[in-house]
Design a protein. Structure first.
Length: 195
């Protein structure tokens, strides 16, 4: 069976590859605006589940992993800013504060139809950046899709900040009877044998 990541996120793919896995990538195309859930953890798992189910529907003999992250500040859900001015306002509101990043995970075994759904939670402390730093960052275009820079620290699994918790994913796969080491790419196995 093969491992399939139902996400276009380069950060998620890079994190999995750094852990020795080499998943296929199939983007779900799920319209996130159609989900109206207001609880951040529930919203994250609902989006992750929809992405995984959409990709899993067209596959046989695969483990499909769907993920989605939602930022919560002061009890409010914050999605992707979408345009530079919204990103600028968001960073002015976030700087020097903390938020909770909820990352939903859904793993589906297409062979059996079983699925496991969980959420990870990490507190993110944002740096007290200047207006000039915010303007420079917004100019890069990155904060239109993610809140990835200017983080002073995290409380929880640091991988959750890039959108996938490796410890949680390992436990979820184990619930489906999959050993993490069985998913290692051949290069990882060869490297460990040659040491």
């Amino acid at each position: 069976m093969r491992l399939v990541l139902a996400s276009a996120s380069p950060a998620r793919l890079k994190t999995l590859r750094a852990a020795g896995l080499d998943p296929e990538v199939q983007v779900s195309g799920v319209d996130e605006s159609q989900v109206t859930e207001t609880n951040p953890a529930t919203l994250a798992t609902e989006l992750a589940t929809r992405k995984a189910r959409t990709v899993a529907a067209g596959l046989e003999d695969a483990w499909v992993v769907g993920c989605d992250s939602v930022l919560e500040i002061d009890g409010q859900v914050h999605g992707k800013p979408g345009d530079p001015e919204a990103a600028r306002r968001r960073w002015h509101a976030m700087r020097g504060r903390s938020g909770v990043l909820h990352t939903g995970h859904c793993v589906i075994d297409t062979g059996t139809g079983r699925e496991v759904v969980r959420a990870a939670r990490t507190v993110v402390r944002f740096a007290a950046v200047t207006d000039a730093e915010i303007d420079a960052y917004v100019t890069t275009g990155e904060p239109l899709e993610v809140a990835g820079a200017f983080i002073d620290g995290v409380e929880g699994d640091p991988h959750t900040v890039v959108g996938i918790s490796l410890p949680l994913l390992r436990r979820m796969l184990a619930e489906l009877g999959v050993r993490w080491t069985d998913l290692w790419a051949p290069a990882v196995v060869g490297a460990s044998e040659g040491d």
